[in-house]
Design a binder for this molecule. Structure first.
Ligand code: HEC
Length: 119
């Protein structure tokens, strides 16, 4: 009887720690979409001048993302980044790989990128 009780506590403690670890991870990746942009390697090909973000691969011909929010509908980003749609007959070279929260955060940033501020 006592042993069962002890195992029960261990299980609860393990569950608690697991959920705690998840929240910490989620917070780390969710807090800053610019970090997601970097950690998902977007910035190896793309620069974002208005955010002072430079691309790592100098030879990349990928466009700067500074004005994409003005150029595209929000739904474009979803389909484009999941390689479901084409632009100029081509699909995006990579498919977004990450959690839904990270994707939402990234999309939120892309939609707002505009080079000229509208007053
Ligand atoms: C391997 C290089 C590479 C990586 C990594 C990459 N892209 Fe791209 N991306 C491109 C290229 C090349 C184009 C232009 C495609 C075309 O015009 O046909 C493009 C186009 C885009 C566009 C449309 C730009 C416009 O002006 O219409 C967006 C938005 C975009 N990428 C976002 C992202 C995001 C977000 C990530 C990270 C999840 C990412 N890209 C990662 C190469 C890359």
């Amino acid at each position: 009887m006592k042993k069962k009780y002890f195992i029960g506590i261990l299980v609860i403690a393990a569950l608690f720690m697991a959920s705690f670890a998840n929240t910490v991870n989620a917070q780390k990746s969710n807090d800053d979409p610019i970090k997601i942009l970097k950690s998902k390697k977007c910035t190896s090909c793309h620069s974002v001048k208005i955010l002072k973000v430079k691309r790592k691969n100098k030879k990349s011909k990928a466009p700067d993302l500074s004005n994409v929010g003005a150029e595209h509908e929000p739904s474009f980003f979803v389909n484009w980044l999941l390689k479901k749609s084409k632009m100029n007959g081509k699909r995006h070279p990579i498919k977004f790989n990450g959690t839904e929260d990270e994707f939402a955060s990234l999309l939120g940033l892309l939609m707002t990128l505009r080079e000229t501020k509208e007053e």
